[in-house]
Ligand binder design. Structure first.
Ligand code: TYD
Length: 225
């Protein structure tokens, strides 16, 4: 058996921190686990990431954007995620296909039926077993991301990765948030919604407790003699 867990949420929700903490605790317990992220996670995917998030690429057409995210995902699934799951491992992924539905579908208004077809091609139909949604409003999330940047550099939005998509207007981020709510309502079994305003420790505990029952079917790595 294997386990595929994804983390979703608006900017500044703290999902990358939680993905890392879960990775560290599973790794320490000798579970076969990898942590990856989208867009990126492969050599080709990281090149696509640079293109798609570059603040200078203001002329990028919405179709190009949607296909680039999907292309990076296709590479990640075939090069990293599928092979690891096939070996019985645990894959943790910071964002996955739901981000395309929330951001390009609900945020940019792309046709959802078309996205379903493209996503099925990119993922080969691979869906997560569990998806955590770190719940925080679009406004609060963006404020957190800005504050983090200001703390580290003294400048607004600098020092954290402030990208082309963060820079979109607030209305866009609100549509993304509403989109996530629709995705959650349509598939409540898979989604676990957690209040992202809790402490890092409290969130990590809840995530660990939700994942625990799934670990029974995962074979741990041998200890090195
Ligand atoms: P990143 O710096 O990784 O932000 P975050 O920490 O919020 O994940 O940038 C990823 C950005 O790409 C983020 O704004 C969400 C966006 N995105 C899409 O618009 N569509 C997608 O399919 C994916 C995977 C990400």
């Amino acid at each position: 058996m294997s386990l595929f867990v994804t983390f979703e949420g608006p900017e500044g929700s703290g999902k990358s921190t939680q993905a890392r903490l879960l990775y560290e605790s599973l790794h320490a317990r000798r579970f076969p686990v990898i942590l990856t992220r989208e867009p990126g996670g492969t050599r080709i995917g990281d090149l696509i990431r640079r293109i798609v998030l570059d603040l200078q690429h203001t002329e990028m057409a919405p179709t190009t954007e949607m296909l680039l995210f999907s292309a990076a995902r296709a590479q990640l699934v075939s090069e990293v995620i599928r092979p690891y799951l096939d070996q019985g491992g645990i894959v943790l992924c910071d964002r996955y296909a739901d981000s395309t539905f929330a951001y390009q579908g609900y945020g940019l208004g792309r046709d959802l039926a078309e996205l379903r077809v493209i996503t099925a091609a990119a993922t080969g139909g691979l869906r997560p077993d569990i998806t955590f949604y770190l719940d925080i409003s679009a406004v609060e999330g963006l404020e957190r991301k800005c504050r983090k940047g200001a703390r580290s550099t003294g400048q607004h939005g600098v020092g954290v990765e402030w990208n082309r998509l963060d820079a979109r207007e607030l209305e866009y981020h609100r549509r993304v948030e509403a989109g996530y709510r629709e995705l959650i309502a349509a598939d409540p079994e898979r989604w676990r919604v957690l209040d992202a305003r809790q402490s890092i420790e409290a969130l990590a505990e809840q995530i660990a407790a939700i994942v625990e029952p799934y670990l029974a079917s995962i074979t741990r790595l041998e200890t090195v003699p």
